[in-house]
Design a protein around this ligand. Sequence first.
Ligand SMILES: [Zn+2]
Length: 340
Amino acid sequence: MPYTADPGLADFVRELPKTETHLHIEGACPYELLRKLDPVKHARPPPFWDDSYRYRDGLHSFMPLYIEYCQDFFTSAERYHQASEIMLRNCAAQGCRYVETSFHLPTVLFMRDGGADVVRAIKSGAPRGLEVRVFAGMSHNDYAGAGRDLIEDSLKWPELDGLDLHGLEDIPLEPWTADVWARARLAGKFTKAHAGEFMGPDFVERILDEVKPQRIQHGVRSAESAATTARLINDGVALDVCPLSNVKLCVPGVTSLAAHPFRRLFDAGVTVTVNSDDPFFLGNTLSEEYYALHSVHGFTPAELGKVAANGFKVALLPEHVRKAHLADLAAYVTQAVLGK
Ligand SMILES: [Zn+2]
C-alpha cells in the first residue's frame, strides 16, 4: 500500500496505544509460514500485495484466492497457534494493546482438534501485555449439517468471547441467525456481524433489527443513509472499519481512499475504529491505515488519538483497565501534540 508517513508521524503512530478489533486470523496468515510449508508454491510474493491490485468482484473474487493460498494451512489448533504467535507479535510491535480476532468456525469440522482447542491455541499466541479476545466467525449458510451442532456447541465454550457473522453478505440471511445471536448474548458472548460492506444501509438496518449485534464490522455503506447513520449514533453501535480493505475489495462507492466515508462517519459522531481486516490478502498494516487517514483524510495526530480511543471504548475490558488505557492514550497524545 502506498501510504507512508514522515518520520515524525510514523513515530507518533508506532507508540500510540491502540487496538485492532477487526482481524480475521485466516486472512492474516503469515507469509513466512506458507513459505515454510511449500517453498515452491510461495516462492514469490503474491500478486495481491501490489498497490494497484483490486478484487474486482469483491469477496466473490477474494474467496478463491483464500482457498488457493491459505485453506491448506489451517488444519489444526497448532497451526492456528503458529499463525497467532506471529500475527499478534506484529500487532504488539505496532503499538496494539488489545486485539479481537476471529477464526472461521467451520474449519474445525475438518480437523481432529475441537473448537475450544483452537480458541485456546490462538489466545496462547499472545505476547505478554497484549489482551486478546477470540470470536467464532461463520457465514449466513453455515447452520446446516454438522455445522449446526458445532455452532450450538460453541455457545458453551467458556474460552470463546463472541460470535461474528461474516462471509458473502448477499447469501440470504437465514432465521437461525437471530435465534443463535440472542442465545449467544444470554450465554455471555459478545456479538458482531458484518454488514454494510457490499450491501447497502437497508441491510445494516435489517441486521440491527433482526440479529441485533452489539457491533458492526465494516458498516461503511451506512453513510449512504442519514437515517442509518443517526441510528448508529443513537443506539451506540460502533463500526470496526477497514478503509484500505474497502478500497482493494472495490466496495460500492469506495472508488478510492479519498472517496471512503470514514471521515464523514467520524465527523457525524459515529464511533468508528480503524483496523486491518485481512493483512495477508491486502498487503497492508495497521500503521498504514493510520497513515492513510492522516495523508488522505487530513486526520491530525489528535484526531488519530480519538480514533485509537474509540478502540479502547468498545474493547471487552474491565472498566478500570479500559480507563487506564484511555488515560495512557490521552497523556501520550497530549505530550506528542504539545511537543513536551
Ligand atoms: Zn471482516
